[in-house]
Design a binder for this molecule. Structure first.
Ligand code: ARG
Length: 462
């Protein structure tokens, strides 16, 4: 059997152009969705009387047979199959003969591919949401174990103020939650059915678009047939949401990478998720976060690629759209793999060095703001208090001591209002505990947040 083209074509395609044109090599992953979409379409054709119910049930049986054959690997695409849609139709015709030729009534590959892609992506978004929830739970577990573990907080990567480690980890839970909300929002626009828009203008046949959309679980249908077959906004929106997920993972990766260095030594990498060097026997490399950081670039690239592919396209369908698939497929694979790898890394790949973290926080000037706040509580204007502490820090650096090592006498030379109670204010645990403003790192606040997340992640309302 030759190509499915009309008799208008006399000569075959140049073999190189034939394979250049084909998408079967990568769009085969849409098989399940193509079959689902075709079954819904066949049922609709029978319901509207365009074909008989016997024909529709034969078509449905044929399509299910193809599903089975493909799962067993007994029927595979070959070089005649340009894409997944042609692959299914060719087999259907070879199984059913004339009846098989009726399936494509009132539809085009343009609305078909849009339907398949949306069905496929909608399922993947739901899977990704579960992956992200598992990642949040892995973060939450470490956060719960480390409410009272302290970690230096940085700005400009300079020690700023000490934090509860749980507070640091909860920041990532927040970021991931925004990612989940974004996906939920994107999903609304993936969940619109283009089927029945045919090639671009709709059809003269009495089809029922609501019926097919309903069969496929779409929440609505496109109102404009041209828009329906040429809209790839959902692909851009999804890839953009994925790019932001990768950005968040990449930032966390970067932190883990330097936390694992000898210079920081805040975490220990276990053997489960780190690799050795082929040359240097002492090394343990953080390959997992490095790979995630590296893979972020691919997803940014896909986003750029999609935007650029779409930007010059006149309405309606253009073959350029075939290029959306590898971008979407690779984005889904990359982001899902990365979230999964990061979750495993948290679950079994790293241990926080609690002692080292607590010690680190006690050996710097990150309690300086607290002296200033103490002076403010004694009615010293903040800007003046700030200068007093600045002078004290300068003195300590010269003497190679910390603020806690200054005698009361020395403190009083900086400002006579200072009393013995200053020493309590300098203790890192007290410093952290005192930051009880809403959203702050104070233990009582962080405990509230832990409770909140435990409730919403472990027993979500929806
Ligand atoms: N393989 C094509 C794609 O991925 C299917 C649609 C082809 N439509 C057409 N008019 N040539 O976009």
């Amino acid at each position: 059997m030759g190509k499915t083209w009309s008799d208008r074509f006399e000569e075959g395609l140049n073999p190189f152009i034939d394979s250049f044109n084909a998408s079967i090599e990568f769009d085969f992953v849409l098989l399940q969705e193509d079959l689902d979409g075709s079954i819904a379409h066949a049922r609709m054709l029978a319901k509207t009387g365009i074909i008989s119910s016997k024909e529709a049930s034969d078509i449905e049986l044929g399509l299910e047979k193809i599903r089975l054959e493909a799962s067993k690997g007994t029927y595979k695409p070959d070089s005649q199959d340009e894409d997944i849609h042609m692959f299914v139709e060719r087999r259907l015709i070879s199984l059913l003969g004339e009846v098989g030729k009726k399936l494509h009534t009132g539809r085009s590959r343009n609305d078909q591919v849009g339907t398949d892609l949306r069905l496929w992506l909608r399922r993947r978004i739901d899977d990704l949401d579960l992956d992200l929830t598992s990642f949040q739970l892995a973060l939450l577990k470490h956060a719960e174990n480390n409410l009272f573990t302290l970690i230096p907080g940085y700005t400009h990567l300079q020690r700023a103020q000490p934090l509860s480690l749980a507070h640091h980890l909860l920041a990532y839970i927040e970021m991931i939650n925004r990612d989940r909300e974004r996906l939920k929002d994107v999903r609304k626009r993936v969940d619109i059915c283009p089927l029945g828009s045919a090639a671009l203008a709709g059809t003269s046949l009495p089809i029922d678009r609501e019926f097919t959309a309903n069969e496929l679980g779409f929440s609505s249908i496109y109102s404009n047939s041209l828009d329906a077959v040429s809209d790839r906004d959902f692909a851009v929106e999804f890839t953009s949401a994925a790019a932001l997920i990768m950005t968040h993972l990449s930032r966390f990766s970067e932190e883990i990478i330097f936390w694992a260095s000898d210079e920081f030594a805040f975490v220990l990498l276990t053997d489960r998720c780190s690799t050795g060097s082929s040359l240097m026997p002492q090394k343990k490399n953080p390959d997992v976060p490095e790979l995630i950081r590296g893979k972020t670039g691919r997803v940014f690239g896909h986003l750029q690629g999609l935007l650029t592919m779409i930007k010059g396209l006149p309405l309606a369908y253009n073959k350029d759209f075939q290029e959306d698939k590898e971008a979407i497929f690779d984005t889904v694979k990359t982001v899902r793999d990365s979230v999964k790898a990061m979750t495993i890394l948290l679950e079994e790949g790293l241990e926080f060095s609690i002692e080292r973290l607590n010690e680190t926080v006690g050996s710097d000037f990150s309690n300086a703001t607290d002296v200033a706040d103490y002076l403010v509580s004694k009615n010293v204007p903040f800007r003046e208090a700030y200068q007093v502490v600045g002078r004290a820090v300068k003195f300590c650096i010269k003497e190679k001591i910390l603020l806690k090592d200054l005698t009361l006498n020395q403190w009083q030379n900086f400002n006579s209002i200072i009393q013995e109670e200053i020493y309590e204010k300098l203790i890192p645990e007290k410093v952290v505990a005192s930051r009880v403003s809403v959203g702050g790192t104070g233990f009582t606040r962080v405990r509230e947040q832990l409770e909140k997340w435990k409730n919403s992640l472990i027993s979500p309302k929806e």
